[in-house]
Design a protein around this ligand. Structure first.
Ligand code: GTR
Length: 322
């Protein structure tokens, strides 16, 4: 080869842009792949594969560990993605505890208006400072109590019941105010604990009550709607900060699209799950006087504000969201 052709070939080679190395990400999901969140996370991964160089593999069913552990793993970027409920995040990032105050939202729509607006930005900033970037908010409906002893009609019916709660002292306090005994426990341990009588009940939305099979071992579901806790689609901040701005924009778009899908599927799934558990024999009851439950939560709020005076303004911001 002539010297000039060698130079020409080298010039061509140099002018070819370097191919960006594919990034391999792992995502944590506590639910099965068929659950609205699982479907939405798979859609997120697929869109990332099409619009970026990121290859995201979702691990469903909580196989990568419990939720509190997974939150820590994403914070330290040992895992890149997680779909987290803000309930178990409170002990780690105190600002997020505000959404775990019982009855803080007056309905699911109120929660979405707050999280999609300026209140959501407060959480985004607090989480960002602790290593988590929430890209979109998922729906998780409202949580109610279920147990295998009796229908709960009034707070007195909770007395003496051993209730599993998510890992957060606020929930222990919430159940104590109703006269019950709360046990924080990992989601994956609840079925067996209900079956063997370690606990009498737990609390969750219809889809989780159904998908976990808890309805088989705790047949009274009483609609208290005491917690409405949003869930995030989160990326590790360290991972996020290394992305160029075009990729960040594409990841955000994919996350918002996934959240749209999740919320649509959620609405349908809530209805289906309620029908399924009733068809299987669960006794679902309305609670006539939810205010009686709500009023007993005053000490929970007082204790919380005493311990976190700076968060009173966040509670107000939620209450002021019309
Ligand atoms: C579900 C939620 C999960 C997990 C679970 C629990 O509703 O989607 O992330 O928090 O409740 O009770 O542990």
């Amino acid at each position: 080869m002539k010297f000039s052709s060698i130079i020409a070939a080298a010039t061509v080679a140099l002018s070819i842009p370097a191919l960006a190395a594919a990034e391999n990400w792992r995502g944590w999901n506590i639910h099965p792949d068929s659950y609205p969140n699982g479907v939405a996370l798979e859609q997120f991964a697929k869109e990332l594969g099409e619009t970026t160089d990121i290859k995201l593999q979702i691990f469903h069913g909580g196989v990568l560990g419990s939720q509190p552990d997974a939150i820590e793993q994403v914070r330290s970027a040992a895992l890149e993605v997680g779909n987290f409920n803000l309930g178990p995040m409170g002990p780690i990032i105190p600002t997020t505890n505000v959404v775990s105050l019982p009855f803080v939202f007056n309905g699911v729509d109120h929660m979405h208006r707050a999280m999609d607006g300026s209140v959501g930005e407060i959480f985004e900033a607090a989480m960002g400072a602790e290593g988590l970037v929430p890209l979109a908010w998922f729906d998780s409906g409202s949580r109610s109590f279920y147990n295998n002893k009796r229908a709960i009609m009034t707070p007195a019916d909770v007395e003496g019941l051993k209730i599993r709660v998510m890992n957060n002292d606020l929930f222990v306090d919430m159940v104590a105010q109703l006269g019950g005994n709360a046990t924080p426990m990992a989601f994956g341990e609840v079925y067996q604990s209900l079956k063997t009588g370690v606990i009498d009940g737990a609390e969750n939305n219809y889809p989780s009550y159904e998908s976990t099979g808890h309805f088989e071992v705790a047949g009274f579901y009483s609609i208290t709607d005491h917690l409405i806790i949003p869930e995030c689609l989160c990326v590790a901040a360290d991972t996020w900060n290394k992305l160029d701005s075009d990729t960040q924009a594409a990841v955000r778009t994919a996350a918002r699209n996934a959240a749209e899908t999740q919320r649509e599927l959620w609405a349908a799934r809530e209805k289906q799950s309620r029908e399924a558990v009733e068809a299987a024999g669960s006794k679902v009851n309305e609670v006539e006087n939810k205010v009686a439950f709500q009023e007993l939560m005053a000490p929970v709020y007082e204790g919380f504000i005493e311990a976190n005076p700076d968060l009173a303004s966040v509670i107000e911001a939620i209450q002021n969201t019309k």
